[in-house]
Design a protein around this ligand. Structure first.
Ligand code: NAD
Length: 364
């Protein structure tokens, strides 16, 4: 049994689905179901007895403690977080509450539970904290990619709150001996990605005939990793990572945001050519009928980091992990997934997914 927090979000739900596809070990999926939690992501395992969903807040130490004592998991995999940089700029408080206080609360529950295990249980237990490359701050065009020893220099309330949570996790290993592991991953993309983030936003806006917003000059560089490759890395770290260590996870896919948007438009032009009814078609100076015509430049995000790049050699060398997807294969699969899953997109856009618990649990 493993205990997953935030398993109804983008990466967490992909992780739970992948986990149960590859193992019979049950999962307790503990998620508050904020706007980012979507149980529609998990409909394929809705009736699976190996999947136990519990709605709850990681800040609720007592509830977490009760669940740990009842189910006796051998590991906690901690995804739950407020994750959107723009939201952290407009409302940082929730990021401090969930990402810092929530991780602290979870660590306290984990420490109490772990202390009560016998020696074999103690040795086998793992607390795996899922974090981001954004804790390292920003790189210049010629700087070497982030390694695990790069100094932390977070620039947004989101990355600062994740940096604080990383430090708490580190301290629980060094102070109390809690068997922790931390992963710092670059930008993920793939199925079930909430359309406030760049790639799903561009796909869904393009198809809806809406503007495709590009911050500033669009030359901000990010490393991109297909979500199932991130899930495989987490499984591998859980299995064989050295206690107290951090592992950078990345796809060696540095791309400027504008190039990502161009790629998405070009794939959509092939897979789902623009309808003549699009309000943007045929505007002066536009390439007739291309989704690229919808690109609109908007004021840059305050404090926008210019470049992130990950050096993933440690996890490759020590744990033999490598991404299975290239950016080209992963991005095409992602576009196809959004084309094939219109109902999921509609439910997110209408807000209907927020009623999932009411609709599904009352019927039982
Ligand atoms: P997400 O926003 O899609 O999902 C977060 C999930 O956590 C949601 O299901 C939400 O309901 C849940 N949650 C939020 N607050 C909670 C609370 N207080 N208690 C319990 N559950 C709560 O996020 P994501 O993109 O899937 O990211 C998951 C983790 O991976 C985060 O910790 C994030 O920092 C990290 N990460 C994300 C990326 C990325 O590109 N998305 C990259 C590297 C690391």
């Amino acid at each position: 049994m493993i205990f997953v927090t935030g398993g109804a979000g983008f990466i967490g739900s992909n992780f739970v689905l992948d986990w149960l596809a590859q193992s019979d070990e049950p999962v307790i999926n503990f998620d508050k179901l904020t706007y980012a939690g979507n149980l529609n992501n998990l409909t394929s395992i809705n009736q699976d007895p190996r999947h136990i969903f519990v709605q709850g807040d990681i800040c609720d130490t007592a509830l977490v403690a009760t669940l740990l004592a009842t189910h006796k998991p051998r590991a906690i995999v901690h995804f739950a977080a407020e994750s959107h940089v723009d939201r952290s700029i407009h409302g940082p408080g929730e990021f401090v509450t969930t990402n810092i206080n929530g991780t602290f609360s979870l660590l306290e529950a984990a420490r109490a539970y772990w202390s009560g295990l016998d020696d074999a249980g103690k040795a086998a237990f793992r607390f795996l904290h899922v974090s981001t490359d954004e804790v390292y701050g920003t790189l210049g065009p010629d700087d070497a990619p982030f390694t695990e020893t790069t100094t932390y220099a977070p620039n947004s309330p989101y990355s600062a709150s994740k940096a604080a949570s990383d430090h708490l996790v580190r301290s629980y290993h060094h102070t109390y001996g809690l068997p922790t592991l931390t992963t710092n991953c670059s930008n993920n993309y793939g199925p079930y990605h909430f359309p406030e983030k760049l790639i799903p936003l561009i796909i869904t806006n393009a198809r809806a005939g809406k503007p495709l917003p590009i911050y500033g000059d669009g030359q901000q560089v990010r490393d991109w990793l297909y979500v199932s490759d991130h899930c495989a890395a987490i499984r591998r770290v859980l299995e064989a990572g050295r206690l107290g260590e951090t592992y950078n996870v990345g796809g060696w896919n540095e791309k400027a945001n504008l190039d990502v948007v161009h790629t998405l438009c070009d794939i959509l032009d092939q897979l789902d050519p623009k309808e003549s009814a699009s309000p943007f078609k045929g505007e002066a100076g536009s390439g007739m009928g291309s989704y690229r015509d919808q690109i609109t430049y908007v004021t840059d995000r305050p404090g926008h980091d210019r470049r992130y790049a990950i050096d993933a050699r440690k996890i490759e060398r020590e744990l033999g992990w490598k991404p299975a997807e290239t950016f080209e294969t992963g991005i095409r699969k992602t576009v196809q997934w959004y084309l094939d899953n219109q109902e999921w997109v509609r439910d997110v856009q209408s807000g209907d997914y927020l009623n999932w618990v009411a609709k599904n649990y009352q019927q039982r």
